[in-house]
Design a protein around this ligand. Structure first.
Ligand code: PLP
Ligand code: SF4
Length: 355
């Protein structure tokens, strides 16, 4: 490894100079990276710097978090709001696309900024947190909308909020009887596992709702000992753990990596929930994997691992039309029957319902 481990202080790398001084970007890239920095915020906390040191400057962890000049290339189909959040936002801080569930985004701050983020035009410390009146209005929207059964805290990363602020939100949602499920989408267990402390856990455990924590994680090297221990603390507290991963070229687009990722998650008591096909966020084409390849990877994964370790491969249809599974499929209609492939690819006949 040619870069200087001793440059990794116990501080979050944020500026182009930080990345250069840590030996993570070549000095000649600095001008291009200043252009990237003018558009998209960056932050790599200490634990992920360690993961980068272990997997290499061009490895799967660096690729996810260290800014790259490739981000300046915007492909024709890419857009600032790739999944159409704006079209379904009835009020600031809420996205209500499916009748029975809403996103509540109390903050746009994250513990780490992913270079492929689908909300990269919206996240960052400058985008800040909802003001007190804005949060009041968002909670009031949920309270007056009885169809909302599940509230998904996302952002940004809701677990960067102080336990006091998070506790305030949890208590207010607790007071809404029609809300039965609280889901927290977070990268904190991976990016800042020390934040999963007893105060934060008590805050989540105090909820009277069923609480699920969905952890964003894309590569097994993100699941450091500290991250696994943070998952254990959450699971020991009775919280149900799910994972979400994004299929990313050069990060996890191999069946070996996906297998190791999913096995590591399940061993840490985290149920893989979704494998996302990459959204069309600007400057992310260097991460894009064709759908056919994603389907082939899922097919290969199914030959290797237990159903517990299989996420659903989903696409969020651009324009706000929602998520759908995108295969692979194993069955299709045939003459007076169905043709069904087993997981090794051998075709079988399955009978129709008798007339
Ligand atoms: C992804 C998403 C959800 C949650 O969807 P599930 O498929 O139930 O996990 C809810 N609302 C919005 C706007 C979403 O993008
Ligand atoms: S943690 Fe989530 S919201 Fe934050 S930058 Fe990464 S993908 Fe985007």
């Amino acid at each position: 490894m040619s870069f200087r481990m001793d440059a990794f202080a116990a501080k979050t790398l944020q500026t182009v100079e930080d990345f250069r001084d840590a030996g993570l970007v070549a000095p000649e890239l600095v001008p291009a990276l200043n252009a990237v920095a003018a558009r998209y915020v960056a932050a790599v906390p200490p634990i992920l710097q360690t993961a980068i040191a272990e997997t290499g400057r061009d490895g799967p962890i660096a690729r996810q978090f260290v800014p790259s000049p490739a981000e300046l290339t915007v492909a024709p189909d890419e857009r600032g709001d790739p999944i159409g959040d704006a079209a379904h936002s009835p009020i600031k801080g809420i996205v209500h696309r499916y009748p029975d569930r809403v996103l509540l985004m109390p903050t746009h701050v994250c513990a780490v900024y992913c270079r492929f983020c689908f909300r990269r035009e919206a996240v960052g410390p400058d985008a800040g947190i909802l003001s007190a009146p804005e949060l009041d209005a968002a909670v009031a929207y949920i309270a007056r909308t009885p169809a909302v059964w599940e509230v998904i805290l996302t952002g940004g990363d809701p677990l960067v909020l102080s336990s006091r602020r998070l506790g305030d939100i949890v208590r207010r949602l607790d007071a809404i009887p029609h809300v039965r499920v609280l889901r927290v989408h977070t990268r904190v267990p991976v990016a800042a596992p020390e934040r999963i402390d007893s105060m934060l856990i008590d805050t989540l455990r105090a909820s009277t709702k069923a609480v699920y924590v969905a952890i964003h994680c894309n590569h097994p090297a993100e699941l450091t000992g500290e991250a696994v221990a943070a998952c254990a603390r959450l699971a020991d507290a009775g919280l149900s753990l799910l994972s979400q991963s994004v299929l990313l070229k050069g990060v996890n687009d191999s069946v070996d990596t996906l297998e190791q990722l999913m096995r590591t998650l399940v061993s840490a008591r985290v149920k893989p929930y979704y494998l996302h096909h990459l959204d069309l966020a600007p400057g992310t084409s260097h991460f894009r994997v064709p759908v056919e390849e994603g389907q082939a990877l899922m097919r290969a994964l199914r030959t290797r691992v237990s159903g517990l370790a299989l996420p659903t491969y989903v696409l969020d249809i651009p324009g706000g039309f929602g998520k759908v599974p995108i295969g692979p499929t194993y069955i299709e209609p045939a003459a007076h029957s169905y043709a069904v492939d087993d997981r090794t690819g051998v075709r079988h006949v399955y009978p129709p319902v008798p007339e």
